[in-house]
Design a binder for this molecule. Structure first.
Ligand code: FPP
Ligand code: MG
Length: 336
């Protein structure tokens, strides 16, 4: 079955799903469909061991399963997918396995350039989340090229977490904020949940509605720890290469069953954030007005003005961060 050099496509020829599958998808689609699904594609090596394949064939079959899963997502109308492709902790694996995985990733990103028409046909924007500088130089270039050729698209999003851990992401976001404060683009009091969130690698992404982990492990392994606060978490007892549409539909049913509760929780959190922001704006606006000796101006006007100025600072900082990341990718890419 397959070989290490196999260079299977991101958009392979499709088999007809058959009547039963189409019918079941239609029934599920009558309910709420998650807008964003994240996958922890675990169990490739155990699958390879079970089937007597080499490890890298397990990973390569894992990629083929990802391609198949992306098709299901497009059919179901799921507009955003995030996958855990390589954790920073995976660098601790044997030199041979890390090299093979990097070679696989590079091959797949290079192959994506050949499938550009399909990317554009479906309007897919591919984003890479993680500490790219930890990757071998040739993989960095392949990653940058992938981002560059697809960033104009916005009908569907594929987020690939590569050299990623959530704690690294959060630490990095805090460093970005510290730089912002240090160079006086931001004030310490500007820091809030929403701003911290925007500084994450996932800053421009949405939060996953559903997270699916295969292989029977019941843990998040440092994946999207911040972003999973309001996600439905599902754990399956199959290895990733064995994942089927039926497993997937079952997870979506689980999401549908918990949808209302999660929605209410999110709504409450948003109200709370709004309230806390108002309290903070009021306190800071008052302080500023006192320092400036402004006594006759209407309090509501003072708060409104403070809020507008704060939003201007924050937006300018987010824009700066966006451009910094854009330039990083442009400098790495070897495409025009
Ligand atoms: C986890 O299984 C899987 C990985 C660490 C690699 C996943 C990578 C792919 C499916 C390829 C993706 C490629 C691109 C370009 C997106 P494991 O190795 O932990 O297996 P085990 O749990 O059985 O040990
Ligand atoms: Mg594993």
């Amino acid at each position: 079955r397959g070989n290490q050099e196999s260079n299977s496509a991101w958009f392979p020829e499709r088999k007809d799903p058959g009547f039963i599958q189409k019918f079941c998808c239609k029934v599920i689609k009558a309910g709420e469909i998650p807008k964003h699904v994240a996958f922890i594609m675990d169990g490739n090596r155990r699958y390879a061991l079970k089937m007597n394949y080499s490890r890298i064939i397990g990973h390569s079959m894992g990629f083929d399963k990802l391609a198949e899963t992306l098709e299901w997502c497009l059919d179901l109308g799921i507009k955003e997918v995030t996958v855990y492709a390589f954790s920073i902790e995976n660098f601790k694996r044997s030199k041979k396995e890390v090299e093979d995985l990097m070679k696989l990733a590079k091959g797949k990103f290079d192959r994506l350039l050949l499938e550009r028409d399909k990317i554009d046909k479906h309007g897919i924007c591919i984003r890479i989340f993680g500490d790219i500088s930890l990757l071998p130089p040739d993989v960095q270039v392949a990653v940058a090229n992938t981002v560059k050729i697809s960033r104009h698209n916005n009908r569907a999003f594929l987020n690939v977490c590569l050299a990623y851990t959530a704690r690294n992401e959060m630490t990095n976001a805090m460093k970005e904020l510290a730089i912002g404060v240090e160079n006086q683009m931001l004030r310490p009091s500007d820091i809030c949940e929403d701003l911290l969130e925007k500084c994450m690698y996932t800053g421009e992404a949405t939060q996953p509605d559903l997270i699916i982990r295969t292989s029977g492990e019941v843990r998040l392994s440092d994946f999207l720890l911040w972003q999973s606060a309001y996600s439905c978490l599902t754990f399956l007892d199959v290895y990733w290469p064995e994942f089927t549409i039926w497993n997937f539909l079952w997870c979506i049913i689980r999401f549908q069953l918990s949808y209302q509760k999660i929605k209410d929780g999110k709504q409450y959190n948003n109200q709370m954030k709004e309230h806390l922001q108002h309290v903070s704006d009021k306190e800071n606006a008052l302080k500023e007005a006192c320092m400036a000796g402004e006594v006759n101006t209407n309090m509501d006007d003072i708060i409104k003005r403070y809020r507008q100025e704060r939003e201007k600072r924050v937006n300018k900082f987010i824009n700066y961060l966006h451009n910094k990341r854009l330039e990083f990718v442009n400098a790495l890419s070897n495409l025009d």
